[in-house]
Structures are given as C-alpha cells and as structure tokens.
Design a protein around this ligand. Structure first.
Ligand code: SAM
Length: 223
C-alpha cells in the first residue's frame, strides 16, 4: 500500500464518520460501500484532494458528482437487501453506480452525455466493476428490455417523475428522484405497491437538470 492510498483511505473513513454516520445514516450496506469505493478516482486529477469534502464537485460537461451525504441518503432510502437489479438515470462520474454495485446484484445505468458515458464506461472497466451495465441515451424512457427493476434512482432533477420509470418498477420496488424546478427540488421517494403508488418527501435538494423526452427540454433556461 502506498502513502497516497493510506491518505485517501483515512480521508474516506473520516468522510463516512463525520458526514454520513454522524448525520444519521445507519444502513450498514450503504456505510460499508462508502468506506470501500475510492471516491477520489471518480473526479479529475485537479480535484482529487477535494474528493472527500462535504460538497458536490464539477465533473466536466457542466455536470456534477453529488455531495457524499445525499448519495448515502438516496442509497439508504432504496432499502436494498443484496439481490436486486437497480436502474440509475444519470451515470455522470459513475460514483453512485459504483456504490450501488457493492450492495446489489446488478446496476444498469444510463447517461445522455456521450463524453461522460465513454469516460465512465472506461473507468468501470479499469476498476473491474463487472456488475455495472452502461448505456448511452435518454434515461427518462427507462430501459424496457431489462425491466422490471427492483429499484430506480434518478440523479438529476425533473418537473415530474417520468411515467416509464414507474411502469418499469416491480411491485414492491422503490424509486427516488429530485422533483421540482430547474434549481431547487424536493427528493421524492416512491413505493409501488399492489394497492397503488405511495410518495413521500425526503426534503429539499439541488440537482442538475434531467433532460429528455420525459424531462426538461434541452433549450429551457434556468429560472
Ligand atoms: N450519479 C452521478 C454521479 O454519481 O456522479 C451524478 C451525475 S449528475 C448529478 C446527473 C447526470 O445526469 C449528468 O451526468 C447528466 O448528463 C445526466 N442526465 C441528465 N438527463 C439525463 C437523461 N435523460 N438520461 C440520462 N442521463 C441524464
């Protein structure tokens, strides 16, 4: 083990203790995954020493890797037990998918930006995350041929939850997504039960825009 990896291991454990556990995240699988995944490998070389800070970071193409706490909160809310197939919309840096890949059977992740898609697919190959399946395209339409999914996580904000994502969720499954305006949203947790769709709010959040057929249109300006 070299000095750098000891340093990043220490920073990562501090991140988990101070930002995740101290703020009330209790799910052991989420905590273990966040102690394991080397977040500093998911940001650019120039930002590597900021990777374990309590904030989102730019990843290029006008996009961000989310704050560690919100990733933990969203992961925990999905109530994953280990055998699931999970769909993520918005691969971005790949960090959220990597966290999920430690917990579940398989992660399917869709990214609409081709540069991010290509870069992150290569990173998954290099890191040998073989249970992550990537796709380039508009995630608001879901992934019909691989559906249904036990859980869906949308890591960009839209005005409403895309209907195809609810349709492609198993009965008993959970979906989490930021819903609201261009700049500020509410994190909504949806549970699909035999008796209907049940939605609860997990509080305010701020995500980049979900752009696509069932999301914002590309040209819409921030309000
Ligand atoms: N999960 C990411 C991570 O761990 O780094 C967070 C990525 S960022 C907050 C949101 C991502 O969603 C961006 O990379 C953006 O290009 C992507 N995105 C926006 N609309 C999309 C869509 N319709 N389908 C797929 N990806 C989309």
């Amino acid at each position: 083990m070299n000095i750098d990896s000891i340093k990043y291991d220490r920073w990562r454990n501090n991140m988990v203790d101070q930002q995740i556990v101290a703020r009330g995240i209790t799910d052991p699988a989420t905590i273990d995954a966040m102690r394991t995944i080397p977040r500093h490998l998911f940001v650019s070389e120039a930002l590597i020493d900021n990777a374990y800070g309590d904030h989102p970071l730019p990843i290029g193409e006008g996009q961000t890797i989310s704050q560690p706490y919100i990733i933990a909160e969203m992961t925990q809310a999905l109530n994953l037990k280990g055998g699931e197939r999970v769909l993520e919309i918005g691969t971005g840096s790949g960090y959220q998918a990597a966290i999920l890949s430690q917990i579940v059977f398989r992660v399917y992740t869709i990214e609409r930006n081709n540069n991010l898609f290509l870069r992150t697919r290569k990173l998954f190959d290099n890191l040998k995350y073989h249970n992550i399946v990537t796709r380039y395209g508009d995630g608001t339409q879901g992934w019909v041929s691989e559906s249904p999914f036990d859980a869906v996580i949308v890591t960009a904000g839209g005005e409403k939850i895309p209907q195809p994502l609810i349709d492609q969720l198993t009965v008993g499954g959970r979906l989490i997504m930021p819903v609201g305006g261009h700049l500020i949203q509410e994190l909504l947790l949806v549970e699909k039960r035999k008796t209907g769709i049940f939605t609860t709010s997990m509080g305010g959040c701020r995500f980049v825009k979900l752009i696509g057929r069932h999301g914002w249109k590309e040209e819409e300006k921030d309000q």
